[in-house]
Design a binder for this molecule. Sequence first.
Ligand SMILES: C[S@@+](CC[C@H](N)C(=O)[O-])C[C@H]1O[C@@H](n2cnc3c(N)ncnc32)[C@H](O)[C@@H]1O
Length: 216
Amino acid sequence: MRTKETAKSLYLKQVFSKEDDILRSIRNHSEKENVSYMQISAYEGGIVHFLSKALQVKKVVEIGTLYGYSSLMIARALPEDGQLFTLDIEQKSQEKAKALMQEDPSAAKIHFLPGSALESLEKLKAEAPFDMIFIDADKGAYLDYLHWSNKYLKSGGLLVADNTFLFGAVYGEPEKEPSEKALSVMKQFNKEVATSGLYNSTLIPTAEGLTVGIKK
Ligand SMILES: C[S@@+](CC[C@H](N)C(=O)[O-])C[C@H]1O[C@@H](n2cnc3c(N)ncnc32)[C@H](O)[C@@H]1O
């Protein structure tokens, strides 16, 4: 998701946020549908790609596909035999994602799982453990997704969660008012990642906040 642009974010956009035709077509599509605010920025997508590549992840779960921008950023970091399972409650969004990225060779690494994430995660237990879990869906369920990750992420695996500033609400400067539930869940999510002892972790202060952890 994107919030207000500062000179710093514009600079990062110009220098570290290159998009090729396929990524641009996904972004154009989400802009046309007025949902680009939900999609990861090119800069944050670059961070997620960089982390996936640096940690050499191979088997990944993504919670929240939308039109596949972050899915493709991750899939491109995977080896030829890598797999990304991407989950979204909106089957139509996943169909659009597939169509938008069909020309990209990395799309073949992506398995689209439509339906409620909690139901899909139940089925995905059979594929565990995972090298990486990327959380970018309904904020009120972040703790459920974290507790699942605690069990099914392998030791040394990478946890990444987007929007963990909750539009500034977690530090008391909300740009928009979240629900009480989302706020308490997100505060607890960050606290548990930081203090449970299960992760080496930090929160990368992107515009939206990107909480990251390496499972011990
Ligand atoms: C922020 S968007 C994902 C953006 C995407 N990761 C990107 O950056 O390109 C969140 C997505 O989560 C999906 N979603 C919301 N609640 C969900 C749920 N309970 N189970 C699965 N998907 C859900 C929405 O349909 C939406 O497409």
